[in-house]
Design a protein around this ligand. Structure first.
Ligand code: ADP
Length: 678
């Protein structure tokens, strides 16, 4: 076995490979880009070597630098993860030439499967079922037209060198084919440098079912059953599960054997995935083979009690597969959800920013199971921590959330619960969307096909609901009790140390007003006003037109337990600047607090200067001297205690002069810019 490996990747997969290596006593070398100097994968490895600037082509795709790093550090093998160089046959050859083991299949197998067209020709020879289609070398547009007409519409045009859902066009009618072909070829050449396309019958309501295969250098090849990855958006997987719901044992064996035949046909070694597209009636066809570890491999690990990275390392070191086919049973059910920094409401556009807070589900294991008898019920594979940034340079995945259950029903319930406990503040995520998806009827009934998300659009994207009373009560308690965490240092008997607002004469009442950012984003404009009348150990909450008895039971750093009219309510409140993020009942409410004190200085700005609200550093100057601005427009951004604060225009007006530059340290209360109200 190796004693030191280099991990030529970043993020969650680099961390995941490092975890197995550590368990096996293998030292790890991380590589990183300038953007990742403080990244988690660098921290979890034993050594780290800088590759270059942030863009992947200058860092994670620099095979030459990676090899140099492996040599300099004395690593014997390179694990490529997925993406980047993982399916690059040339890189595998260069590794071998440098005397390094590439932890993956032989270059020949990668090349054979690298082109979707060539792979199909090979599979035809190995008697693996194919979708009716044309995958020939002759790319004459008239020939492609005739073939598409013969196959029958709708057809799917696919870039032969494509991947990641790019370079595909559905064509509904013969007369639309030429235009779609031209546009598909344009996208193919610009994305993959190769404009070859193939034509396939476009299946309606298909399922994506893939088989995990593993081969060693001793002639053994097994399948570790299937994963159902039908829940997709724009041909990209969102939820993956194993086993596939409703899969009869005979079909499982037939697909498994077809996948093994596919792997054997290309002399495969290591971990691979054979992707099939299946009709609702169960008939299935080969789509392509991915010659690497897949993002969704953890669901297979959970149901088979294996550690696939360990298998990869053993096979690469020349050892035989740890298990025979008849030793690979299915135990329970596993589901994976991909948690992304993205905005489902805005067409799943990626979002970037800093993870100000990341609360992960209770009892989640960050390590790996590999124990079939007692798999972890909840596992998180993540390459980021609170405080890290999701940058525009790489994939915006935050984490993979994987759950195991004795059956699908239990796995589903665990997934819903884990998503409710996964709290992220700082950027838009798909967590709430995922929760609606796993709780939705279609997924619960396993009514699966690749169109599930689009078909259920209305229920998956409901209009934003106003914040419920529970959320307002939690926000109120948080503000009323924050800074008063029943500090053990303070003398509880000292009436002057209390901040509970109790007054000797009469009671103290506070009115708090919030704007609901969650529904504002969705087009609503909910504003709330609540009243809190302080009692001795409790409050009277006036909200939604009624009075309620409110009490704080426990406050564990923002994890609140309260009593509302005698009812126990739990929730977590995280504050980011003026915005309170209230997580309760599985929902995430963003309440922008109109803090009268925070904006106390605003009126002074009418004819004067905008001042720094705290000591800190200027990180961005957005306004220019002489610029006319509208009320609320950001002018300067400051950073203090790792938090960013935006200084916005208090009214419409003119920026007369900005007094600081980016990088300047500013004292509390210092004038930042001269502003003239309009
Ligand atoms: P990529 O390599 O870009 O991931 P694939 O060939 O694996 O492309 O296809 C990705 C997805 O596109 C599949 O999971 C499926 O949802 C859809 N798809 C592919 N081929 C067909 C087809 N013939 N009919 C219907 N949908 C298809």
């Amino acid at each position: 076995m190796f004693t030191k490996i280099l991990i030529a990747n970043r993020g969650e997969i680099a961390c995941r490979v490092a975890a197995t290596a550590r368990r096996l006593g293998i030292r790890t070398v991380a590589v990183y880009s300038e953007a990742d100097a403080g990244a988690k994968h660098v921290a979890v490895c034993d050594e780290a070597i800088l590759l270059g600037p942030a863009p992947a082509r200058d860092s994670y795709l620099r095979g030459d630098r990676i090899i140099e790093a492996a040599r300099a550090s004395g690593a014997q093998a390179i694990h490529p993860g997925y993406g980047f160089l993982s399916e690059n046959a040339e890189f595998a050859e260069v590794c071998a030439a440098a005397g390094l083991v590439f932890i993956g299949p032989p270059a020949g197998s990668m090349r054979a499967m690298g082109s979707k067209s060539a792979a199909k020709q090979l599979m035809e020879g190995a008697n693996v079922p194919l979708v009716p289609g044309y995958h020939g070398d002759d790319q004459d547009p008239q020939l492609i037209q005739r073939e598409a007409d013969r196959i029958g519409y709708p057809v799917l045009l696919k870039a032969s060198a494509g991947g990641g859902g790019k370079g595909m066009r559905v064509v509904e009618r013969s007369e639309d084919l030429q235009a779609a072909l031209a546009s598909c070829k344009r996208e193919a050449i610009s994305s993959f440098g190769d404009d070859k396309v193939l034509v396939e019958k476009y299946l309606t309501r298909p399922r994506h079912i893939e088989i995990q295969v593993f081969a060693d250098t001793h002639g053994n090849c097994v399948y570790l059953h299937e994963r159902d990855c039908s829940v997709q958006r724009r041909h990209q997987k969102v939820l993956e599960e194993a086993p596939a719901p409703g899969m009869p044992a005979e079909r499982r064996a037939a697909m498994g054997e077809a996948a093994v035949a596919a792997a054997r046909a290309v002399g495969y070694v290591g971990a691979g995935t054979v992707e099939f597209i299946a009709n609702q009636d169960g008939s299935f066809y080969f789509m392509e083979m991915n010659t690497r570890l897949q993002v969704e491999h953890p669901v297979t690990e959970m149901i088979t009690g294996t550690d696939l990275v360990e298998w990869q390392l053993r096979v690469a070191a020349g050892q035989p597969l740890p298990k025979r086919q008849d030793e690979l049973a299915i135990h329970g059910h596993a589901i994976e959800a991909r948690v992304y920094a993205e905005n489902p409401e805005k067409g799943f556009l990626p979002s970037t920013g800093t993870l100000r807070c990341m609360d992960t589900p209770a009892h989640a294991a960050f390590a790996l199971g590999g124990d079939a008898a007692a798999p972890a019920a909840v596992r998180i594979d993540s390459g980021v921590r609170a405080g890290d940034a999701i940058s525009p340079f790489y994939d915006p995945m935050i984490a993979k959330l994987i759950v195991w259950g004795a059956d699908r029903e239990q796995a589903l319930a665990r997934m819903a619960q884990a998503l409710a406990e996964f709290h992220i503040v700082g950027l838009a995520t798909n967590i709430a969307f995922l929760k609606r998806l796993v709780e939705g009827d279609a997924f619960a009934r396993a009514d699966l096909d690749t169109g599930l998300i689009e078909r259920n659009h209305a229920s998956l994207f409901p209009p934003a609901a106003p914040a419920p009373l529970d959320a307002l009560a939690l926000a109120g308690v948080f503000l009323a009790a924050s800074g008063n965490p029943a500090s053990p240092a303070a003398n509880p008997a000292d009436p002057w140390a209390g901040t509970h607002g109790w007054r000797m004469n009469g009671s103290y009442r506070r009115v708090l007003s919030f704007a609901d950012e969650s529904s504002a984003a969705a087009g609503g404009d909910n504003a709330y006003r609540i009243g809190l009348t302080y009692g001795r150990d409790s409050w009277t909450l006036d909200a939604q037109g009624a009075s309620h008895a409110l009490q704080l039971v426990t406050d564990d750093g923002g994890r609140l337990a309260i009593r509302l009219d005698g009812r126990a309510v739990r929730g977590t409140v995280r504050r980011d600047g003026d915005v309170l993020h209230v997580f309760c009942g599985g929902a995430h409410h963003q309440l922008a607090w109109n803090d009268p004190l925070a904006h106390a200085g605003e009126h002074e700005a009418a004819g004067g200067r905008l001042t720094a609200p705290m000591p800190g550093k200027v990180v961005a100057v957005i306004a220019a001297n002489g610029q006319a601005v509208k009320k609320g427009e950001p002018l300067v951004i400051m950073e203090a205690m790792k938090m960013e604060h935006t200084i916005a225009a208090p009214s419409d007006g003119l920026v007369e002069e900005v007094l600081y530059q980016v990088g300047d340290q500013v004292a509390d209360g210092a004038p930042l810019l001269a502003f003239k109200a309009a």
